[in-house]
Each structure stands twice: as structure tokens, then as C-alpha cells.
Design a binder for this molecule. Structure first.
Ligand code: DLZ
Length: 168
């Protein structure tokens, strides 16, 4: 048994609407992560038509892109309930030779936390902050050794979406 990751819970996502916003930097890593997240959403019963995928240039833009997606969705609903039950923000930050990585990783983490607390909608932290390409490939499950973290983010979105409704 792995010591990493939450103990599993089963949740029915069939009533949920989930957004995925992903950066387009490091697309070879992003694509399997988004696919993994989407696969788990579908496995939990989320309807394909209730999964909305949008992109932004880089991870730096994830907080504003996540917030705008949420705000736009609010105006598409009737009855006052937000259209999205959770949004997964996906980015891959790979450390380079400058301080760029540290600044972006710190700002994006704080930005996404702020979005979720300000909007009261769970924002799943799907941002890999890795030291090199090998770590990124392992965490996207494409090196044959690591597992796809996108799957964990899909499960977290369903659990938090369901619980948000229960705790309303
Ligand atoms: C500029 C930049 C660099 C150097 N590295 C990454 C990265 O590893 N991952 C990522 O998602 N985005 C990177 N970016 C782009 C910034 O996030 C942002 O899109 C630009 O600075 C424009 O605001």
C-alpha cells in the first residue's frame, strides 16, 4: 500500500459540472494530465457535456483564467447556483536557471487559493512544480514508472464538488 495520497472514497459525480483550465506551456506533460483528470471525472459519472475545458498561455495566467471561467459560468445559470461545482487548474512549472520558477510557483499557488476562497468554489491545485523534465514525465504517468496525477485531481474535484453541495 502506498503511503502517499488520500485514502480513497467513492463519490457520484453524475449531477456535477466541472471546469478544467490548463496552461499550454509544457504541452507534452499537460495533455496526459488533462486526459487523466477527464478520465476520472467520467469514471465517477460526470457527463461529458458537463466537463468544460479551457486553456490559457502559461501557469501565471491560471488564477485569472480560473476566476473568469467561474464568473462567466455564474451568468449562465438560473436559480442562483453556480454552474461549476469545482474547477481544476492544471499547469506544469519546470525549474530553470533563474528565479522565474520560484516567483511563478509562489504567486500561482496563492492566487488559486485566493480564487477558491473568494468564489467559494473548490479549485483543485493541478500545478506540478518540478525540478526537471524527468520529474514532470513521472508525475504525468508517461514514463512507465510514476502515476498520472491528473487522475487524483479528477477524483478530488468530484469529492469536493459533491461535498460542497452537501455542506451548502
Ligand atoms: C515564461 C514561462 C516560463 C519561463 N516557464 C513556464 C513554465 O515552466 N510553465 C508555465 O506554465 N509557464 C511558464 N512561463 C509562462 C508564464 O506562466 C506566463 O504565461 C508568461 O510569463 C506570460 O505572462
Amino acid at each position: 500500500m502506498s503511503l502517499k495520497g488520500p485514502t480513497p472514497q467513492q463519490h457520484d459525480g453524475s449531477a456535477l459540472r466541472i471546469g478544467i483550465v490548463h496552461a499550454r506551456w509544457n504541452a507534452t506533460i499537460i495533455e496526459p494530465l488533462v486526459a487523466g483528470a477527464k478520465a476520472k471525472l467520467l469514471e465517477c459519472g460526470v457527463k461529458e457535456s458537463n466537463i468544460v475545458v479551457q486553456s490559457c498561455p502559461g501557469s501565471w495566467e491560471l488564477p485569472i483564467a480560473t476566476k473568469r471561467l467561474y464568473v462567466a459560468s455564474k451568468y449562465q445559470t438560473t436559480g442562483g447556483s453556480p454552474a461549476f461545482d469545482a474547477i481544476i487548474a492544471v499547469g506544469v512549472l519546470i525549474k530553470g536557471e533563474t528565479m522565474h520558477f520560484e516567483y511563478i510557483a509562489d504567486s500561482v499557488s496563492h492566487g488559486l487559493m485566493r480564487v477558491q476562497l473568494d468564489t467559494d468554489i473548490p479549485v483543485i491545485f493541478g500545478v506540478l512544480t518540478v525540478l526537471n523534465d524527468e520529474q514532470a514525465l513521472a508525475r504525468a504517468g508517461v514514463d512507465g514508472k510514476g502515476h498520472n496525477h491528473g487522475e487524483d485531481w479528477g477524483l478530488a474535484a468530484v469529492e469536493m464538488g459533491v461535498k460542497r453541495r452537501e455542506w451548502a
